[in-house]
Ligand binder design. Structure first.
Ligand code: PAF
Length: 297
């Protein structure tokens, strides 16, 4: 097998379309990993999964201002394009799309993509404009790259559901691949924001996974009352003084609505501040009369 050509770095929409046109014309399949950079093992794990179904992988690196609310961490979000480019190339990315803000949001652009129901709960209740920003930029990226498949991490479960819904509602011709959460040895879900954690916060950050695991284990042990599963999760979080939860809940998987009795496809989800860093985690499960199975990806 010959060596893969060097990864190309592209900033302009027209250049990306020019490079991708012959790929599409040859019938080769295009995979897309949208990222905000500060790449870690979790992001890189998308690439081989996409390459199992695609001939070429585009990774976008774009810190999307529209998904940050006032007072959030847009300015200090870690930016490391040179390191990202090296990691992406080593992982097998073919094209790195790293547009400027004015390329994706030229002066005068005003179109927004809104999912009022799915976006209003859980993360949306804490960050009211967040999913409008995510949905708008994802719609732009899907329209620019026109991938055959695009991957999103299961760690941001509500985002994954928002993306699936927008793809269906707007009839994008793309398959969405859910990628299992990559974790540190103590269970902490990998996130670019983990870089903000000081040593004391880092020691407590695995509490989110511990709480999810405790919720999952309670269901696996036969508990079906959602309120009792949530009480188990809250108790775990209570044991960590630096952890201030926004929510620790069990929800229906399809629309993240509350349920009284846990059954079918469900998820336990936690969001919490650890010190000043806001982190998320979840586990997804299928609850049937035969038992409880974790769903990864
Ligand atoms: O998950 C992320 O990194 C971002 O929300 C995404 C999907 C790249 C959109 O900016």
């Amino acid at each position: 097998m010959g060596r893969r050509p060097d990864m190309e770095r592209i900033e302009e929409v027209a250049d990306l379309r020019r490079v991708l046109a012959p790929v599409r014309a040859d019938g080769r399949r295009i995979g897309l990993v949208p990222t905000m950079g500060a790449l870690h093992r979790g992001h890189l794990s998308h690439v081989p999964l996409l390459l199992a179904h695609a001939d070429l992988v585009v990774m976008s690196v774009f810190v999307n201002p529209l998904q940050f609310g006032p007072g959030e961490d847009f300015e200090r979000y870690p930016r490391s394009l040179e390191d990202d480019a090296k990691l992406a190339e080593e992982a097998g990315v073919d094209l790195l799309f790293c547009p400027q803000v004015t390329t994706l949001y030229p002066p005068g652009s005003e179109t927004l993509v809104e999912l009022p129901d799915l976006s209003s709960q859980l993360e949306g209740a804490v960050r009211p404009t967040h999913f409008r920003g995510v949905a708008t930029v994802v719609a732009k990226l899907l329209n620019i790259v026109r991938p055959d498949l695009a991957s999103f991490g299961q760690k941001d479960l509500q985002q994954l559901l928002v993306v699936r819904r927008l793809v269906s509602d707007l009839h994008f011709d793309v398959q969405i691949l859910a990628v299992p959460t990559a974790r540190e040895p103590d269970g902490l879900a990998l996130s670019s924001r983990n870089a903000y954690l000081g040593a004391d916060d880092r020691r407590e950050a695995a509490a989110l996974n511990r709480a999810c695991r405790a919720g999952f284990d309670a269901v696996a042990a036969g508990e079906r009352a959602a309120s009792r599963v949530e009480a188990v999760m809250a108790e775990v979080l209570n044991g960590f003084p630096r952890v201030r939860p926004d929510y620790a809940v069990v929800r229906r998987l399809d629309d993240l609505k509350p349920m009284t009795v846990v059954s079918g496809r469900a998820a336990v989800l936690v969001a919490a501040r650890v010190g000043s860093t806001r982190l998320l985690d979840n586990l997804v499960m299928d609850v049937t009369p035969d038992g409880v199975r974790e769903i990864r990806g």
